[in-house]
Ligand binder design. Structure first.
Ligand SMILES: Nc1ncnc2c1ncn2[C@@H]1O[C@H](COP(=O)(O)OP(=O)(O)OP(=O)(O)O)[C@@H](O)[C@H]1O
Length: 273
């Protein structure tokens, strides 16, 4: 359906990234102010930080979600530096490049379980990204992909004909995850995938990522404050504060030797050690 990602390089490279919003009459809100990091093949980066520190903005940019219209909409742009996902430079993103980016990048936005279209069945929701790209895709092949991701997120076949409002929050989140995986991505960008959702989803997320990791070109950026999940995944962490990275490295090193007062506060708030 699409060409393979360039697997020789780090899947995510962010260099001196500056991002600003230009909607809602709040022109020039600088959400990221010179952020740099790399997520290599097989690596997972956990992003932490207080509300408004730029976590969602970073996730949106890496997922190619720069504009969303309507209530709660946004319009964010890269105004300095660069970000590359699978070698695709995001600062000037043509339609073709965006199409290639989103094919290989699973994006689970913050409100994923609430954003599922209420008028579609689970089966339709999961297969929709396939048909959005190729209307004539073989329905049997699409169904078999849908079944395989349904299995990966540990949902029973009986949910296929249900509508989102007939499911629990946790089940809806599983559907959102399945949908994000149906194209077979090698990069996962997830924004608070386990926050406010029943705890069993947490274990599923860890298992799903473990499976995705079997692909040698896999990399993930996960916004979460769940240190237990990050530990299980062996993640490196980046702590954002006011659009700047103020802590970076393995969990224990970052919190044991905080370079910034916010990192020390966060470590205490999260009950580190
Ligand atoms: N649609 C928008 N329009 C204008 N400014 C925005 C918009 N969305 C976010 N911002 C601003 O960008 C900055 C970073 O916000 P962002 O949502 O990335 O932070 P966050 O760390 O994800 O916060 P939270 O944990 O609350 O989701 C904040 O100053 C915020 O007010």
């Amino acid at each position: 359906m699409n060409e393979s990602p360039d697997t020789d390089q780090s899947p995510i490279v962010v260099h001196d990234l500056v991002a600003e919003y230009r909607n809602s009459g709040r022109v020039g809100v600088h959400a990221l102010r010179g952020v740099s990091f790399t997520v290599g093949r097989g690596e997972i980066l956990g992003v932490l930080g207080e509300s408004g520190s730029g976590k969602t903005t970073l996730a949106r940019i890496l997922a190619g979600e720069l504009v969303r219209k309507g209530p709660g909409g946004f319009d964010v742009r890269i105004s300095g530096g660069e970000a590359l996902v699978n070698g695709i430079a995001l600062r000037t993103l043509s339609k073709t490049k965006l199409n290639r980016l989103t094919f290989h990048t699973a994006y689970l936005p913050q409100d994923a379980n609430d954003r599922l279209d209420r008028t579609s069945t689970v089966s339709e929701l999961i297969a929709e990204p396939i048909f959005a790209r190729d209307k004539r895709f073989d329905p049997d092949a699409a169904q078999s992909r849908a079944l395989s991701v349904l299995d990966a997120v540990e949902l029973p076949l009986s949910v296929l004909d249900r509508y989102p409002y007939e499911l629990s929050d946790g089940q809806r989140q599983r559907v959102a995850i399945a949908r994000s995986l149906v194209l077979g991505p090698n990069v996962l960008v997830a924004d608070e995938p386990t926050a406010g959702i029943d705890v069993t989803v947490r274990d599923t997320v860890v298992r799903v990522i473990g499976k995705l990791r079997e692909d040698p070109s896999f990399a993930a950026l996960i916004v979460t404050h769940d240190l237990a999940v990050l530990r299980q995944l062996g993640a490196t962490i980046a702590v954002l504060h006011d659009g700047v990275i103020v802590g970076y490295g393995d969990i224990d090193t970052v919190f044991a030797e905080p370079n910034h007062s916010y990192v020390a506060r966060l470590g205490r708030a999260l009950g580190w050690k």
